[in-house]
Design a protein around this ligand. Structure first.
Ligand SMILES: [Fe+2]
Ligand SMILES: [Fe+2]
Length: 275
């Protein structure tokens, strides 16, 4: 599905809102909207070919879940932002049958390069993007400040977000994908200016912010907004909360409502090492 992925990357790189083709009908035979889902996986931390085995398993499981309409990789695809690592991650992700997109994590920037995002962009396109799916609008928001773990969203990205929100009406349901956590009760790494970012959504219909970085499953709802982090999908890293399960998350959508669940990936004999 390489053509589909490239087409999708081209669309999400556009300034205007974009959409992409799908094989699953939105309206069922009974005239009602079919529930559908977005898959979110994160913290892959690829560093060599054998570390993509767990991604391949996750991709196979997502491909078997026919109501998944697209997938978002929520950062830390690589270990140190090197082109070879990101190439390997893309080769595995290109096996996804439906389109996917990605936001960078702090491990996806090459701080020694002239353009720290060059390797990421070469594989996955713009670090921040917008994607429409029916009445929903999804934002990919780059939250990185170099390779820092504790960050504030940069002013230029706040401007980018504010300008695009201004073009949206108050009613459209919004989902956000960002590497660093925003949940008020997250156990670590909450974005320093999270409340300022959330304030930009005042007067809009923000439904969820899906994050990563804290390798562990967290779900909370505050002021009607669902906040999540997810266990890593990596064989080179452990979860920060010391849980053993690896996997990804589904965001099931019916109309304007969203629910979420963690989906484990069978790690079996995959190599595992703390790093
Ligand atoms: Fe990570
Ligand atoms: Fe991270």
């Amino acid at each position: 599905m390489e053509m589909t992925r490239r087409k999708f990357l081209g669309l999400i790189g556009a300034v205007t809102l974009s959409s992409c083709a799908h094989r699953i009908p939105l309206i069922g035979g009974n005239g009602k909207e079919n529930p559908w889902a977005v898959a979110g996986l994160s913290d892959l931390h690829v560093n060599q070919a054998r570390t993509t085995a767990i991604i391949n398993r996750a991709v196979a499981q997502i491909n078997d879940t026919r109501y998944v309409r697209f997938t978002v990789v929520i950062g830390d695809l690589s270990t140190s932002g090197q082109l070879a690592e990101l190439n390997l991650a893309r080769e595995s992700l290109d096996r996804l049958a439906q389109p996917y997109c990605a936001v960078p994590g702090n491990h996806d920037v090459d701080t020694r390069a002239t353009d720290p995002y060059a390797n990421f962009k070469r594989n996955f396109g713009a670090p921040s993007w917008i994607h429409e799916e029916k009445q929903w609008v999804f934002f990919g928001l780059d939250t990185c400040e170099g390779a820092a773990s504790d960050v504030a969203v940069r002013p230029d990205r706040l401007d980018w977000l504010e300008k695009r929100l201004r073009k949206l009406g108050p009613d459209r349901p919004i989902g956000v994908f960002a590497h660093h956590p925003f949940g008020p009760s997250t156990k670590a790494y909450r974005v320093k200016n999270a409340d300022e970012v959330l304030g930009l959504f005042n007067g809009h219909n923000l439904k969820f912010i899906a994050s990563a970085h804290y390798h562990g499953n967290q779900e909370e709802t505050a002021n009607g907004v669902l906040f999540t982090t997810t266990a890593c999908c990596s064989s080179t890293r452990d979860n920060f909360d010391e849980t053993k399960e690896k996997g990804y998350r589904l965001f099931r959508i019916t109309g304007e409502e969203v629910t979420t669940e963690f989906v484990p990936v069978a790690v079996g004999a995959l190599a595992s090492a703390s790093a």
